[in-house]
Design a protein around this ligand. Sequence first.
Ligand SMILES: *Cc1c(COP(=O)(O)O)cnc(C)c1O
Length: 402
Amino acid sequence: MTQKKNLELHRDTLAVREAVERSQYGENSEALYLTSGYVQPNAESGARRFAGEEDGFTYGRYGNPTVASFEKRLAALEGAEACMSTASGMSAILMMCMGLLKAGDHVVCSQSMFGSTIKLIGTDLAKFGVTSSFVPQTDVAAWKAALTPNTKLFFAETPTNPLTEVCDIRALADLAHNAGALLCVDNCFATPALQRPMTLGADIVMHSGTKYLDGQGRVMAGALCASQEMVTKSFLPVLKSAGMTLAPFNAWVVLKGLETLDIRMQAQSARALALAQWLESHASVARVFYPGLASHPQHALAMAQQDGCGGAVLSFTVKGANPDEARSRAFHVLDSLQVMSLSTNLGDTKTLMAHPASTSHGRLTEEQRQAAGVVQGLIRVAVGLEHLGDIQADLDRGLSSF
Ligand SMILES: *Cc1c(COP(=O)(O)O)cnc(C)c1O
């Protein structure tokens, strides 16, 4: 039973109520359908379902009721017509590229995107004849200059990992559309709780459900939100033949995660802002990167685009006379942690800290790393729900003992 179509429900309500398909048992919590196949009512119906002419499930690689509930709920939160989920965030990007691009096409990408995204688009896709240009995320003129007659896709991530650079989604959407290209935004960091790129002109919103959508660090998941036509014509055929299907159990976890997304994002962002302000005044810290700080280069844009909220991830650099000293000091801070977790993941209720230069961005060349601004003294903090004083004390252990 989906909510009545004539009701205009708020996002907070949709996060809890959208796409609750109750079975004959009337369960209140969303059911978890663990099945790889489906019994067809008759051969004629089975044929129509396989041909896509009739609604109904046929095989686990193509669809599942629990997976469909997650997709509908995420689409509702993003303000999208439709959504197609995948086994991980990276496989969502692969699905998008396989569905929309062919040999000879060109992609313009932010140079400060997630490390594996840069690798997938810059290296793996190049083997299949898709070319790419990587530009400074915040420089609209650079995106424009990178356009070629074959440019089919702009791909941005805002705020970026790990430096929280914020790009103007509306400006990039206008530029892409004038050139006949599409804009995809990786919305992992802000989530639909803070930012809805499709309302600003983006054509596709990509998610790693592994992060804040789950929110408690349990499962891998990914998704693409887009028009119904793009999902049906471009993404579904890739899912059917390539099979990067989201597992029903994982879909159930992220479906339930969406119910608390907004309050988690608000609470974790409030802690992140307070921590960023404290770090900014710390004697051992060279610089803090957080969109909620007035010192952030795109502070005003971030506040307008992200519902006045900086998000839950911040980064900072420790002071150091040279890259070697900065690296060893960053390692000292991380190795001095007694409560918070040294982990490259993010989007957990547990605060996670990482050294991007040697982990998420470790596979990049030094040149790519420099372009992404990932220096050796950089530490990323994905702020969780612990008490702020305990997070500060844990960081201060290392920061005050160089
Ligand atoms: C984690 C992450 C991804 C990749 O998602 P997986 O679920 O790990 O495959 C992509 N983009 C951003 C910004 C991420 O943080």
